[in-house]
Design a protein around this ligand. Structure first.
Ligand code: FES
Length: 121
């Protein structure tokens, strides 16, 4: 199915797990809330969201992954969505309380570099 969204301005991609484990923990409502907030804040053209199948750490569902930051969030609840969007997506500051794994600092001093590589491929 063709999508006419202009992706040339996309700066961040948010992967929203819709696997069974995450669905049972409220992924659908989390997805809707994140998308609504991105649109309401006027970032719809710069932040692209993609629903995924299971991305593996089911015990941490609902899982939300943000790239290029390489931050994996888990146990995301509706009452934390606004904070997650504002901090991670708008200000670029990870929300440590919801991170599945703490971000290591790589030798170049970039937080998240090693984490992002760990999930490549
Ligand atoms: S169902 Fe979401 S990580 Fe498996």
């Amino acid at each position: 199915m063709a999508n006419d969204k202009d992706l040339t301005r996309v700066e961040q991609v948010v992967f929203l797990c819709q696997g069974g484990g995450c669905q049972r923990r409220g992924a659908e409502a989390i997805t809707a809330a994140i998308r609504a907030l991105i649109t309401a804040r006027g970032y719809g053209d710069r932040i692209h969201t993609i629903k995924t199948r299971c991305v593996n750490p089911c015990e941490h569902g609902p899982v939300v992954i943000v790239y290029p930051a390489g931050v994996w969030y888990g146990s995301v609840t509706e009452d934390r969505v606004a904070e997650l969007v504002e901090r991670q997506l708008i200000r670029g500051v990870p929300l440590a309380a919801l991170q599945i794994h703490p971000l290591p600092v790589d030798p170049d001093g970039d937080a998240g570099g090693a984490e992002a590589r760990a999930y490549d491929g």
